[in-house]
Each structure stands twice: as structure tokens, then as C-alpha cells.
Design a protein around this ligand. Structure first.
Ligand SMILES: Nc1ncnc2c1ncn2[C@@H]1O[C@H](COP(=O)(O)OP(=O)(O)O)[C@@H](O)[C@H]1O
Ligand SMILES: [Mg+2]
Length: 234
């Protein structure tokens, strides 16, 4: 068993330069199993860059980004471009989330099918499970991608604004699915502008111009608007 306090992901003094632009600077972050961490901040503050570093897509220019050995990562990227044109049903898409465990094109086991059904249910799409993605609303499609990530049962679940543009019911369904994933032991990092999603998070990290401006446990956040939180010094 790994040491109790060993984080799934650990960033230290992370700086990322994109051309002449410093997208992240001096970012320290520990993400622990079973915790739900929200990342908030204005447009351009470095949220997606932070997700890319945690996912391993972007190496820091300086500083260190470490994942615990053997960590499986699932990612819901910001804006799933052209996803409407994928010739897949909701069930097909979510089933792809099992490929890491099962291997692509191998027959699924009963337990895989149960995981897929459970993930679809967690985001409230069971009645639409057989629908092609192209026949869903944008918000429903976005929830299908969240379900695909849930079905992976990854150790580290990264979601970049998974609920932007969704209606109220969809946002609540997606947010509660993330809380369940964390309760089952995943380390979950979600970029959000959405206060409903902040309900029940363990930590809120506020970025401003690539730096961590504030870090708050959720209890401190309750009842505050994002604007207030962003102006609190860390
Ligand atoms: N390839 C790039 N070259 C230069 N600047 C970039 C590049 N990609 C992103 N940026 C800039 O880096 C900043 C952080 O971007 P991003 O992490 O996407 O912010 P957020 O997700 O918080 O909106 C933004 O100001 C953006 O314009
Ligand atoms: Mg972004």
C-alpha cells in the first residue's frame, strides 16, 4: 500500500512558458486520492495549461510535475470539438472508456457492461443511451464524455470545464457524479466557473495570471460568489 499521504499528482514550482507568455508560474499542487479539487480563475489564467501538465501533455519549462507510479489518467478536454460527428451512440462512447482495462475490440465482460451502464446513469443519460451523439444536445453530449471518463475508473480524473454551457439539471448531475468518483477513491480535478459544482469540493485553487492566488477548503467557500473568492488574497 502506498504511504497514506502520498499524492497521486504533485507539482512543485511549476512554470510553463508558451512562447513569450508565462502561462503558469510557481505552481505547487498536491492532488490526493479521494479528493475533489476545483480550479477556478478568469479566462487565460492558466487553468487548461494546469490540466495539460497534470495529464502529462505539457512538460513544465521548469519545476517538477510527478504522477505516482502506475497512475491511470482520464481526461475530459475543454470543448470536445466536432464530437457531434462521431458515428457513435452514448453507449459506444462510454464503452470506449473500458478499453484500457479490457483492450480495444475485446469482448466486454458483464462487469464492464455494468460499469458502462453505471457511468451513463451517473450523468443522467440512461434514457438516451442508444442515441447517436449527433442526436444529442450539446449539454447531453458533454455529459456523455464525462460518463466515458467515469467508466475508465482512473486514479486521476481531469475535467476542463465539463459543465460550461449545460443546463441546471445537467450541471448538477455531472457535479454529483464527480463527487461519487472522488468518494470511491479517485483524485478528481475539475476546472469550473460553476458554483453548483463547487458544492462538496474539498479544495478550491484559484489561478490568476498563472499563479495560485488562493487556496480554500470548500467550507470557507460556501455562500460566496466566484468574484469574491477571486479577490481574496492567498
Ligand atoms: N501556444 C500558446 N502560445 C502563447 N500563449 C498561449 C498559448 N496557448 C495558450 N496561451 C496563453 O496562455 C494563457 C493561459 O491559457 P489557458 O491555460 O488556456 O487559460 P485558461 O484555461 O485559464 O483560460 C492564455 O493567456 C493564453 O492566451
Ligand atoms: Mg481553459
Amino acid at each position: 500500500m502506498p504511504p497514506f499521504d502520498q499524492p497521486v499528482a504533485r507539482l512543485r514550482h511549476v512554470r510553463v512558458e508558451l512562447g513569450a507568455h508565462r502561462a503558469l508560474d510557481e505552481v505547487d499542487l498536491d492532488v490526493h486520492a479521494g479528493r475533489l479539487v476545483a480550479v477556478v480563475g478568469a479566462n487565460g489564467s492558466g487553468k487548461s495549461t494546469l490540466v495539460a501538465v497534470l495529464a502529462g501533455f505539457r512538460a513544465p519549462t521548469s519545476g517538477t510535475a510527478e504522477l505516482r507510479a502506475g497512475t491511470a489518467v482520464a481526461l475530459v478536454a475543454q470543448h470536445t470539438a466536432d464530437s457531434a460527428r462521431l458515428p457513435l451512440t452514448v453507449t459506444d462512447l462510454v464503452t470506449m472508456g473500458r478499453w484500457r482495462e479490457r483492450g480495444a475490440f475485446r469482448p466486454l465482460r458483464r462487469s464492464d457492461r455494468a460499469r458502462v451502464a453505471e457511468a451513463i446513469d451517473a450523468v443522467g443519460l440512461t434514457p438516451l443511451a442508444a442515441r447517436p451523439l449527433g442526436a444529442l444536445s450539446g449539454g447531453q453530449r458533454q455529459r456523455a464524455f464525462v460518463a466515458q471518463a467515469l467508466a475508465q475508473e482512473a486514479d486521476l480524473l481531469l475535467l476542463d470545464e465539463p459543465t460550461s454551457g449545460l443546463d441546471d439539471a445537467s450541471r448538477r448531475a455531472a457535479a454529483s457524479a464527480l463527487r461519487v468518483a472522488a468518494a470511491r477513491g479517485a483524485a478528481v480535478v475539475v476546472v469550473t466557473h460553476d458554483l453548483a459544482e463547487l458544492d462538496g469540493v474539498d479544495e478550491v485553487v484559484t489561478l490568476a495570471s498563472g499563479r495560485v492566488l488562493a487556496r480554500r477548503p470548500e467550507s470557507v467557500m460556501r455562500g460566496r460568489s466566484l468574484e469574491n473568492v477571486s479577490s481574496v488574497e492567498g
